[in-house]
Design a binder for this molecule. Structure first.
Ligand SMILES: [Zn+2]
Length: 279
């Protein structure tokens, strides 16, 4: 049985049998893998606290001939969303976003071959999150880069309709997935992007996530970007992500009951340290 040790991102886990878990992880060098973590649900398991979605870790695993499922030997966390607890704006928001980023990577990661750029994006985002980066800004940055790496992010340098600059902001017409300037856009509405939102995208194109704290993004342009990115993700994945629904609920609860302990009040969707949110 060949043994491999890889830098990897934990993407998600699910239960197997009485005490085990299946772990889906993206390796830097050999693409996405699925493996069995034996005894991972036992109280004293060596895997406790290591399998939170988006954990960056060294993973050692055996490949078995003619089997798709590998056997996980150990997981050695290097950067964990659990480190963001108590440092980011809200524990629930930080862990919820880690799960959201992990689910997006899982959706887009190819099964059989390495995608080093996607790995590096995930690894740098978890490092920024664990280091206490502002969560909404990091989320818009991550969506922008993820869609860009897939080659589906619309042009932001100039309007594809007329070649002119987006000097008055941009509009994503309804049922379209590109940006047009206000001169080219048909009358029937669409989703608008302000100059501030476009400026953020241009900065995001040129900076690493740990430098994002120096890039301005107010609440209104952040909401515009969230809306257009949700549309783009929906168009390209043709579905809504489970973690995106959870994030919306977290956001509604935090607006409705400021100061409440979201991890307790959130019931079935609780994101607690040492507990896997994908149960
Ligand atoms: Zn135009």
């Amino acid at each position: 049985m060949p043994v491999y040790t890889s830098d990897a991102l934990i993407l998600r886990t699910y239960k197997l049998g009485e005490a085990d878990r299946i772990v889906v992880f993206l390796t830097r060098d050999r693409g996405k893998k699925r493996g069995v973590a034996r005894g991972a649900r036992r109280a004293r398991s060596k895997f406790i606290g290591t399998l939170e979605p988006l954990t960056r870790a060294g993973v050692a695993y055996y490949e078995r001939e003619l089997r798709d499922l590998v056997r996980i030997n150990y997981v050695e966390p290097q950067s964990s969303p659990l480190a963001a607890i108590g440092r980011a704006q809200g524990d629930a928001a930080a862990l919820g976003h880690a799960a959201y980023f992990a689910e997006l990577i899982d959706e887009w990661a190819p099964e059989a071959h390495a995608d080093e750029r996607l790995y590096r994006l995930g690894a740098s985002v978890i490092d920024a999150l664990a280091g206490g980066a502002a969560v909404p800004r990091l989320a818009r940055y991550f969506e922008f880069w993820l869609l860009r790496l897939q080659g589906v992010y619309p042009q932001v340098s100039s309007c594809p309709g007329c070649g002119g600059a987006f000097d008055g902001g941009a509009v994503m017409p309804p049922r379209d997935s590109h940006y047009l300037c206000r001169r080219c856009v048909p009358a029937a509405g669409g989703t608008t992007l302000s100059i501030e939102a476009l400026r953020f995208l241009r900065s995001a194109a040129a900076c690493a996530p740990e430098a994002l704290d120096g890039v301005a993004l107010d609440e209104a342009p952040a909401r515009e970007l969230e809306t257009v990115h949700r549309r783009l993700i929906h168009v390209h994945l043709e579905k809504e992500l489970k973690s995106a629904r959870v994030l919306r609920e977290i956001s509604q609860e935090s607006h409705g009951s400021r100061g409440a302990d979201l991890r307790v009040s959130h019931g079935a969707h609780a994101f607690e340290p040492g507990r896997q949110p994908t149960d």
